[in-house]
Design a protein around this ligand. Structure first.
Ligand SMILES: Nc1ncnc2c1ncn2[C@@H]1O[C@H](COP(=O)(O)OP(=O)(O)OP(=O)(O)O)[C@@H](O)[C@H]1O
Ligand SMILES: [Mg+2]
Length: 625
């Protein structure tokens, strides 16, 4: 009979999933990075203490086994052997119980750290992200989370057993003969002190350097992989490869030196340990000769010494690894603590019911308002983009055209303003409200209904065309049929490209690298359009939607923008004047330095007021140059 292997494998998987039942026992725990890193272990003290006690008792038992056997043989009592076997069986079961506790503890630590750190970076004010490499963030999270596993492994499965068995050996010697016990204690103390000192020295000398070297490898690797287009177009592949080589080389060099240093300290301890066996062995032989100890007990206690204390030669290395884990965990905690603050809620809704009710009412008010007062904003570079600026814009929701344009020279702060209104960049001072609701006091579920935004840089997540189009829309119900999505893609002129491939299931690479810049831009616009049509937000913000488009695509997008502007106040930063030719008001950033009031002018007034605009329509300058 032919056995279906896949079936067997699946059954085996199901069997263990049911039996281990970890699902009901583990969960992601919340972590406050401002408290001690040990808290997450303490929260799970049930598992920690369970693993600790099981390990401790078992090690004491195993260390004593040779002595038990020696005593049983000396007394020649078979019944004692039966008891010993029973106790041994219990120890094996107990060992498994300890490992089970330890696994649950480790898994909860690793995954909780990973999730909480990731969520922190996701929610932290985007300003703090701009100068940090994502590879470095990734390296810190990964290393920090894994370090918990190492820490607990070392502590539970290495250090605790080693220390326990050493103490059991010393106690056994003391019990048999006080002088032998003291000698054993002194010998082990000398070995331990020598070994620990050498290992800690190695740790102190290398660990920080190892973290830095590893960070720098990850930072470069991740960036060069995600920015592959830039690297190639700058013909810098060789250069980056060389940098990667050097960084990896440095890491390898530091790592191997650290290992050599640590192995050398183990070697020294090994020699000391051999010396201790020689001295103790001589003392035991003397004790046997003088009749203080029987030959059998003398032999078994020496065997117990070798079995129970051999691990001492690794104690320093383990301690070093333990400290390495602690350094790595602390490094992640410190990094998170000093990264920047989480200045506005993004994921969780922290509003009270009362506040929520008020917001709900304001969202649907008949007049749409955008109000900015006393706006101060600067990036970390300290150049002020806005200083005591104001903006006030109002339009009845029923007005059929609510399209406003924004123009101005490059680098003046147009994108920054849109990000501020859209709740992406919280300013240091000033209030930003839409319909009287502070944009920064609400969470994403409400913000979606207040504002929709399309950023200047077109991008996408790796996944299908469908998942990219539906990003930000509810997942628990069907909000758009395939037919509707296809219709939108047709309107933006994208369907013919995807139709030839896998339609809505076409895979799109990370950052949208599998499609052209203009296609990416249209895809982002299609996503915005679908979000806006579903949530019906009060304000729509679009940053240069047509900058990479041909005239036909521009016309299509412009028509769709007019449609959006029937529902919401729609602010569009325009690369080309055509995109905003139907605007009822235009804001010109070149006027901002004189006027603290950010105003929208109709075209006639703007022409009178702005030299930049006059030169623009006369064709002397192109927009955004
Ligand atoms: N993340 C950032 N960190 C530091 N400085 C920034 C950051 N983003 C923008 N800037 C600076 O802030 C200024 C305004 O940038 P912004 O992107 O708002 O300009 P813009 O008017 O949209 O320009 P463009 O027309 O080129 O898109 C620029 O001088 C830029 O150098
Ligand atoms: Mg811009």
């Amino acid at each position: 009979m032919l056995i279906n292997l896949n079936n067997v494998v699946e059954k085996y998987y199901q069997f263990w999933t049911r039996l281990a039942d970890t699902k009901s026992k583990v969960r992601i725990l919340p972590i406050d990075f401002n408290t001690s890193w040990t808290r997450i272990i303490w929260i799970q003290k049930k598992y920690f203490l369970g693993a600790f006690f099981c390990e401790t008792l078992i090690q004491i038992f195993y260390t004593l086994v040779p002595l038990f056997i020696g005593a049983i043989i000396e007394q020649q009592r078979f019944s004692l052997f039966v008891y010993l076997t029973g106790a041994w069986l219990l120890a094996i079961v107990g060992e498994f119980a300890g490992i089970y506790c330890s696994i649950l503890l480790q898994m909860q630590c690793i995954n909780s750290i990973q999730y909480n750190a990731y969520q922190f970076f996701l929610c932290v004010d985007p300003l703090y992200h701009t100068l940090r490499s994502s590879g470095k963030l990734f390296a810190k999270i990964e290393r920090g989370a894994r370090a918990y596993e190492d820490f607990l492994d070392l502590f539970m499965l290495d250090l605790v057993p080693t220390v326990m068995s050493i103490f059991t050996v010393i106690a056994s010697f003391l019990w048999i003969d006080v002088r032998l016990g003291l000698l054993c204690f002194i010998l082990l103390l000398v070995i331990a002190v020598a070994n620990i000192t050498l290992s800690l020295l190695t740790g102190a000398a290398f660990e920080k350097k190892l973290i830095d070297a590893d960070d720098s490898v990850k930072a470069l690797s991740v960036e060069s992989l995600t920015q592959v287009q830039l690297v190639r177009s700058a013909f810098a592949t060789n250069e980056i490869a060389r940098k990667a080589y050097n960084k990896n080389n440095k890491l390898m060099f530091t790592e191997s030196t650290a290992w050599v240093a640590s192995s050398a300290s183990t070697l020294i301890t090994r020699i000391l340990y051999l010396g201790s066996i020689f001295i103790l062995g001589t003392a035991v032989i003397k004790a046997i000769l003088s009749g203080t100890v029987s030959t059998l007990i003398g032999t078994t206690i020496l065997l117990a010494y070798i079995r129970g204390t051999y691990e001492i030669i690794k104690i320093g290395r383990r301690l070093r690894k333990l400290l390495k884990s602690v350094t790595r965990i602390s490094d992640l905690f410190l990094f998170v603590r000093t990264f920047g603050k989480q200045s506005f809620p993004v994921l969780s809704n922290q509003l009270s019911k009362q506040a929520l009710h008020e917001v709900e009412e304001k969202i649907d008010s008949p007049t749409i308002t955008i109000s900015i007062t006393n706006l101060d904003f600067e990036y970390n570079t300290k150049a002020k983009i806005f200083e005591s600026h104001h903006l006030s814009l109002e339009a009845p929701a029923t007005k059929t055209n609510k399209l406003y344009g924004i123009i101005g020279p490059s680098g003046m702060g147009k994108t920054t303003l849109l990000s501020i209104i859209g709740g992406q960049l919280k300013p240091s001072k000033g209030s930003i409200t839409i319909n009287g609701i502070d944009v920064y006091s609400i969470d994403d579920s409400l913000r979606k209904r207040l504002v929709a935004i399309q950023g200047q840089i077109a991008s996408s997540l790796s996944g299908t065309l469908r998942s990219n189009l539906l990003l930000g829309l509810p997942h628990d119900k069907q909000v758009y049929t395939d037919k509707e999505m296809v219709q939108t893609l047709k309107e933006v002129g994208l369907w013919s490209i995807f139709e030839e491939k896998d339609g809505l299931n076409t895979l799109i690479g990370e950052s949208g690298l599998t499609i052209s810049g203009g296609q990416r831009q249209r895809l982002n616009f299609a996503g915005l359009y679908l979000r806006a049509m579903y949530y019906n937000p009060r304000v729509i913000l679009i940053d240069e939607p047509t900058s990479s488009l041909d005239e036909i695509s521009e016309k299509a997008i412009t028509t769709m923008i007019s449609h959006l502007a029937q529902h919401a106040i729609t602010l569009v930063i325009a690369h080309r004047i055509k995109t905003i030719e139907n605007a009822i008001g235009i804001m010109d950033f070149s006027l901002l330095s004189e006027d603290k009031d950010i105003k929208f002018y109709n075209l006639v007034d703007l022409e009178k007021k702005s030299l930049y605009y006059r030169r623009l329509i006369q064709g002397h300058i192109k927009l955004d140059i």
